[in-house]
Design a protein around this ligand. Structure first.
Ligand SMILES: [Mn+2]
Length: 389
């Protein structure tokens, strides 16, 4: 039997709510997952992307990651990863750097054999514009009977609900040239699974809560593969609890009222998400923050929604209104921006297909191209004049 622990979306370095406690929580959840792999003595760990929260994790975060992965290496358990949309760099990836420490490998379109019977493949997160042209050709494993598992980092329907998904999972099976036996997925933070053409596909889920709507317990998936059959179990991770508090204020409600409302909750060591609603009162959101922390919460986030009026579309200015684009262009013209700044601004404002996730990539690419062009010009003109420094 071959056993694999599937871990995903660890988002190391996520300083959620500006909190160092939360940053450490993300590290601890990853470490708990790796400890579980060691205690289960699995044959391998696969990570399906977003190892880091950002494409530029801090050095301590990268170091901690390697220290945790070292536990696996010491137990002779290989760690195989693909790159997600959050930690994707332009050319070399963080996984390439970590690979140099001997604690990780990347999954590729060529098979990585865990045992003679199980072949692993991986395709890094693909941006939306690149999806159509992406090559899904995988090399056949030497053992024609091997169980083939493919790791991907995208939002697929199913298991992701259609309105949140970017692509149809059936399309992947149609485009891959070899018979795939299982799809281990990352990017969606909830634990979900589906059968497509009798091929099991699932999201392991994130190891820590990246948003307040990630309510279910965080999990990793333990895979047991024997005689071409897969058995998958979800293992829960022990992560910090979240508690939601809503305080509705009337005009006369003051500090005592807020304190009483907060005292109704057990907050010890939890992440408290507090929403203030109703009328504006002298109680400030930082007053509430202090009360919550005094009551033992480890982390507090206050969302002050008091005094917000409902938007009424009939209530706005009537008559001819100048177009927003025209106003923006007028203001931009006064700014005296460089050619590349103007190009970036224009692309982001006018390209409706650009998702928030892709904006970083597009800007990075445009700026890098502009840099390359600028230096190419320099090379052409100043060839003889540039001395070595
Ligand atoms: Mn993610």
């Amino acid at each position: 039997m071959t056993t694999i622990l599937h871990v995903s979306d660890t988002h190391l370095g996520n300083r959620q709510y500006g909190s160092d406690v939360r940053r450490d929580d993300f590290t601890n959840a990853f470490e708990a997952a790796i400890d579980r792999a060691v205690s289960e003595n699995v044959d391998a760990v696969i990570h399906t992307g977003d190892l880091f929260h950002r494409r530029t994790p801090s050095l301590p975060v990268v170091t901690e990651c390697i220290q945790i992965l070292r536990k696996l290496a010491d137990a002779d358990i290989p760690f195989y990863g693909i790159v997600g949309n959050h930690d994707r760099k332009m050319d070399e990836q963080w996984l390439d750097l970590i690979r140099e420490t001997g604690t990780a490998e990347r999954l590729e379109r060529t098979p990585t054999m865990v045992t003679d019977d199980v072949a692993l493949y991986g395709i890094d997160a693909v941006t939306k514009p690149a999806w159509e042209a992406t090559d899904f050709t995988l090399d056949e494993p030497d053992n024609p009977d091997a169980f083939c598992l493919l790791g991907l980092h995208q939002l697929f329907e199913p298991p992701v609900p259609e309105f949140l998904a970017d692509h149809d999972l059936q399309e992947v099976l149609d485009r891959v040239n070899i018979d795939i036996d299982a799809l281990a997925l990352g990017d969606y933070h909830q634990t979900e699974s589906a059968l497509i053409d009798s091929v099991p596909a699932w999201y392991a889920g994130s190891t820590e809560r990246c948003a307040t709507d990630e309510i279910d317990p965080r999990t990793v998936s333990l895979l047991e593969i024997e005689d071409g059959e897969l058995d998958r179990r979800e293992l829960e991770l022990d992560t910090r609890e979240f508690v939601s508090i809503r305080i509705g204020f009337d005009e006369e409600d003051s500090h005592g009222y807020a304190r009483d409302q907060i005292a109704r909750h057990r907050l010890d060591d939890k992440v408290a998400i507090v929403t203030l609603a109703g009328e504006r009162t002298p109680v400030t959101s930082s007053d509430v923050y202090e009360m919550v922390v005094d009551n033992g919460a480890a982390v507090c986030k206050v969302d002050d929604r008091r005094g917000r009026t409902q938007f009424d579309p009939d209530d706005g200015p009537q008559g001819a209104i100048q177009s927003a684009d025209k106003l923006i262009e007028e203001k931009l013209a006064e700014q005296n921006l460089s050619e590349i700044s103007t190009a970036v601004e224009d692309r982001i404002r006018t390209d409706d297909d650009l998702s928030t996730n892709e904006i970083d990539d597009v800007i990075e690419e445009m700026i890098q191209d502009a840099q390359t062009d600028a230096f190419a010009d320099l090379d052409d003109t100043d060839d003889d004049e540039v001395s070595e420094q």
